[in-house]
Design a protein around this ligand. Structure first.
Ligand code: AP5
Length: 211
């Protein structure tokens, strides 16, 4: 199964990816998580990406496509993958089409999680992240078992640098201008799900569609 999860920042792509990973035994490929790891490890890519990420802008398409080309060569991609946060521009979608031809794969489904901007802004202030695994929590809607700690490792959860309201609003603007046009790009092959519903209901709607 090869899936693309599209949607606004904070729409629930990461949250739903984890359910899909477990169900279909395929990796979640989150360009955001990959970039954050590069920034943390101070790699050349991380240094180049950091400024754009902190402002809530997109990292250059060429860098993203180079990163993804390498990722698709990893053996865990053989049975499929969930693309979380990629592609994000028409240029990336065209680049992805070329990469898929090279590895002889094709996308089965594009799932679009829809949430209004105001609800996103409210949500983001409550998000907590376990950076190593990418597991996401929400202090109200999806709280960890122990406050501030990851359920599996008991390690500390963090607040992402780009979850400040001002940066979130900028990320939303970028989403509307650069990523939303992808809904038309994939128009024959998309499933739109209401991401305002509770997490479990969004999950059930996606799973029912995929069955
Ligand atoms: P990235 O990490 O991809 O961020 P994003 O797309 O902005 O998405 P988020 O991770 O913020 O949200 P999400 O949809 O995964 O929601 P989540 O499940 O966490 O990218 C970060 C930055 O990296 C970008 O700004 C850019 O600079 C760069 N970048 C990344 N990819 C790039 C690319 N391809 N090209 C160029 N640049 C790129 O949920 C959010 C919160 O809500 C959580 O607390 C969760 O518990 C809660 N929640 C989830 N679902 C629900 C629900 N149904 N009801 C109530 N609460 C919910």
């Amino acid at each position: 199964m090869k899936l693309i999860l599209l949607g606004p920042p904070g729409g629930g792509k990461g949250t739903q990816s984890k359910f899909l990973m477990d169900e279909f035994n395929i990796p979640q490929i989150s360009t955001g998580d990959m970039l954050r790891s590069h920034v943390k490890n101070n790699t050349l890519l991380g240094i180049k990406a950091k400024e754009a990420m902190n402002k809530g802008e997109l990292v250059n398409d060429v860098l993203i496509l180079e990163m993804m080309k390498l990722r698709f060569n990893d053996p865990d991609c053989i049975n499929g993958f969930i693309l979380d946060g990629f592609p994000r521009t028409i240029g990336q979608a065209e680049g992805l089409d070329k990469l898929l031809i090279e590895i002889n794969q094709k996308i089965d489904h594009v799932i679009i999680i829809q949430v209004d901007d105001d609800q996103i802004v409210k949500r983001m202030s409550g998000r907590r992240l376990h950076p190593k695994s990418g597991r996401v929590y929400h202090i109200k809607y999806n709280p960890p078992k122990n406050i501030g700690k990851d359920d599996l490792t008991n390690e500390d959860l963090i607040i992402r640098d780009d979850d400040k309201e001002e940066t979130v609003r900028n990320r939303l603007e970028v989403y509307h201008a650069q990523t939303k046009p992808l809904i038309d790009y994939y128009k024959n092959n998309v499933f739109k799900v209401d991401g305002k519903k509770p997490i479990e209901m969004v999950k059930n709607n996606i799973f029912n569609y995929l069955k």
